[in-house]
Ligand binder design. Structure first.
Ligand code: SAM
Ligand code: SF4
Length: 330
């Protein structure tokens, strides 16, 4: 039986944050400097993550995405990838989201260890603007990361770009051109209120609709599928048959909670049933209390039943969660 929540949604997708630390300071995520670090002994070990992932997969999880913070900061991440890839074929898809800074050094080892896909975050194609957004002068490194992902066979490569009004909304068409020239799947993400600086403002959100319209005016787009299932993005191809793909992730203006199939495990072993959850469920303590596999399964099933029906970003009483994107695992 797959994991089902109380609204009948099947939970198939687990995001595992392997660290809440990061070497970038993206203004929309972690502008305030290193977060107060979780005590080292609270961070799940690779053995614990692998054991819990095995249980999740036995409960119907088909996709695992490693994220963070910056997952490549975690030493020997390739060892975890190797362990998790043993869960295939029940695990259909093992993916990684990274800022790309350290990817060239590890791409070959990740491929060899069984990683299926990488998503690389890139919010500007202009060197200075990239440095302003991330606080690190590393555009060249991220471009090199895309090349290394291609070299080691991670295609199709996905790029995440968070578009924020007044910061990089003038680059939407440049990104579309980049997708065409480099044969990339560029996913434009609406800015969400999950930044550690609590600086999010509604008028900074560039809606998915605006992004599609801007691209369409220059490079006409065709919606690939009217029904996106549990996918977070609307996908578009270029009408002229050019390579590349555009994805639109619009959680703020076009809520997709009704089809959500995701849960998250934080680096310190808390289950979060929604990005915007204000409560967490301490799986680490259950695991470390010596609970048997059946008890862990029962705990997970109980937590999934508490998954929120939707997020409340657009409600007047919305409260930003205490833990921000870099803790939760985007
Ligand atoms: N450090 C890795 C990276 O940047 O790809 C993985 C973790 S990061 C938290 C995962 C994704 O969340 C990134 O693509 C990032 O752009 C996105 N993200 C972070 N803060 C966000 C926010 N406030 N709104 C929308 N997306 C955000
Ligand atoms: Fe780090 Fe990723 Fe957050 Fe940027 S988006 S600060 S790279 S965790």
């Amino acid at each position: 039986m797959p994991l089902l929540d109380s609204y009948g949604r099947k939970i198939r997708d687990l995001r595992v944050s392997v660290t809440d630390r990061c070497n970038f300071r993206c203004f929309y995520c972690l502008p305030d400097g290193e977060p107060p670090m979780a005590r080292k002994d609270t961070i799940l070990t690779f053995e614990e993550i692998a054991y819990l992932s095995d249980i999740f997969v036995s409960l119907g999880i088909e996709k695992i995405r490693l994220t963070g913070g910056e997952p490549l900061i975690r030493k020997d991440l390739v060892k975890l990838v190797r362990e998790l890839s043993k869960l295939k074929p029940a695990l259909h898809d093992l993916a990684l989201t990274t800022n790309g800074f350290d990817l060239p050094r590890h791409a070959a080892a990740f491929k060899d260890a069984g990683l299926d896909r990488v998503t690389i975050s890139l919010d500007s194609l202009d060197r200075e603007k990239f440095a302003e957004i991330t606080a690190v002068d590393a555009l060249e490194k991220v471009i090199a990361a895309i090349d290394s992902a291609r070299k080691y066979g991670f295609e199709p490569i996905k790029i995440n770009a968070v578009i924020v009004r007044g910061r990089n909304d003038d680059e939407i068409v440049d990104f579309a051109r980049f997708a065409r020239e480099q044969n990339l799947k560029i996913r434009f993400i609406e800015y969400m209120p999950l930044d550690s600086g609590h600086g999010w403002q509604r008028d900074q959100v560039v809606s998915g609709r605006e992004i599609v319209d801007a691209i369409n005016a220059v490079y006409p787009l065709e919606l690939i599928d009217q029904n996106r299932g549990s996918e977070t993005s609307w996908k578009y191809s270029f009408a002229d048959g050019s390579p590349g793909e555009i994805g639109i992730i619009a959680p703020v203006t076009e809520m997709f909670c009704g089809a959500c199939s995701r849960i998250r495990l934080t680096a310190d072993g808390q289950i979060r049933t929604c990005l915007f959850s204000t409560a967490e469920h301490n799986l680490r303590d259950v695991l470390r209390s010596g609970a048997g596999r059946d008890e862990i399964v029962e705990f997970i099933e109980g937590v999934v039943m508490k998954k929120e029906p939707r997020h409340y970003i657009n409600d007047a009483e919305f409260v930003q969660p205490d833990r921000t994107m870099s803790f939760i695992g985007g």
